[in-house]
Design a protein around this ligand. Sequence first.
Ligand code: PMP
Length: 357
Amino acid sequence: MVNTAIRKHGAHSAEPTPDVLDASVLDKVGNTPLVKLEAIGRGLGSAIHVKLESENPGGSIKDRTALSMVRAAERSGELKPGATIVESTSGNTGIGLALIGHLTGHPVVVVTGDTISQEKLAALHNYGARVILTDWNAPSESPENARAVAARITAETPGAWRPMQFDNPANPAAHYENTGPEIWEQTGGLITHFVASIGTGGTISGNGRFLKEQVAASRPGGHLEVVGADPYGSAYSGGHPGEILVDGVGNSWPEPEWPKAFNRGIVDRFLRIPNDEVYTTVHRLLDEEGLALGPSSGLAVAAALRVARAAPHGSVVVAIAPDAGTNYLSKAFNPVWLAEHGIRLAADVPEARNPRE
Ligand code: PMP
């Protein structure tokens, strides 16, 4: 069996250590569980494991990025006590920043797209962020572009700091320093394939670099394959730019405009996954595994399934699940939204549920 060395989580020690008793909410960012897809992965000859980033306090992988960028800016003196944080984000980085700002005394302004889910909007408001909705598809030269709006607000707000997650090295560093080492530990060094979606590229770049270095150092001639899961409409995988129906990922602009946080050279190949397959996988994860995850998790797991089917017997595939399905009850789990966007679930998946029906 390939998985005998995979460490199980959830072992309880008899006594909590003083460190645990002193931990604050922000100390609970990271150290997320890795779970094996027992049902979906059955009979593939290889294992698929999913890193459940929804377990972070703010509900997504972007808590790690937000904390890493805030800490780096505090160290460099760019972020002064009580100063305002302004960021353009598809939502999750904003939620992470809003949580951190709320706990550390920084007002937070989030510039996001008008397609943001109601659930994420509510989370931002709950943490006290000021939210500005923009046309997410406005070109970079337009004054309505989210990054242009964030730049304007930063310039107009004395002392304000803008993390600029798309270009900030502390974004991939969060994964190089934390997420990657966790995955290496949790798989007992047996990982053979790493699959992640790409928004800013921080996740795939930081994890991919760390894990490739570990494999190179510990398995002579060994290779870890890094696979970028990309939705239709995104230019990362070379497709025609178009409407992207997976929140938080993909890129509508050609290569010169790709984020500095994204290290293209770390990705061995891209898999472009149709929206029907993405959302069918989201529903399979719930039905077969009991995991309520977001669309970018469905995207990564759909790609991981393709990878595992073709990989040598005994491969260990790890996919990142960036956030929870509860952020998307009004979208991924709403049959009206799915129908309006032309998304058809595979016939063997039960109809999308709507709590109002
Ligand atoms: N999934 C979701 C839901 C996200 O919000 C993001 C970040 N925008 C990603 C995936 C991609 O992560 P990264 O920015 O590290 O590439």
